[in-house]
Design a protein around this ligand. Sequence first.
Ligand code: URA
Length: 235
Amino acid sequence: MRLDKYLSYALNVSRRDSRQIIRLGRVKVNGFTTIKTDFYIDEYQDEIFFDGNQLEYHEFIYLMINKPKGYITATRDLELPTILDLIKDYKKYNLFMAGRLDIDTEGFVLLTNDGNFAYNITKPQSKCEKKYYLETEEQFSLEDERLCREGLMIRDGKGRLIKTKPARLEIIESNKAYLTIYEGKYHQIKQMCRILGKKLKYLKRIKIGPIDLDSGLKPGEYRLLTTEEVNKLKN
Ligand code: URA
């Protein structure tokens, strides 16, 4: 890989800035300063230092974003803003989403350029848990908890009737609850609420697998997953 390309990924700066950094003599390759921006390096073997600090090469990146309402989880749309519009500084990574949320849902979306990782989380057999916080017009009852546990008849994306897998409803107070599902059917939470006779006022995804949405992230904010979080999700 060219040194300027490597640096722009490793420091997450533009190619223009990375060339400038190299020309200023701030980069060493295997102990030698180079000002050649098109110098070819082996990103897996060579030791690259920037201002005395060794850089690490990551082929894949993993981001958690707190999706705000009004954004769609798609890579592009002609009319509506997409969550990629919120993460312009990672544009060069060609990120895509490991799972979707509706335009009016808030919360945790995972973005990555690691296709296998995304597939393993979203594939139908994955059973990866997703936890939602919801508020409804009507009150929840213990009967609702039982119905969720036993499974509800909803429609899949093709209009066919299907039964949901056992889901966990935890009532927080009258019309506020957590609902954890282990699959991802078409508008699943909305359909489940409709079957329970509840009008959904607010929906937010707060957990994917073992990872909670970082409570420090305001709607529209994002951060890289830690290595520990990525490993937990992979397991
Ligand atoms: N279920 C829904 O109905 N909507 C979402 O955005 C996520 C899960």
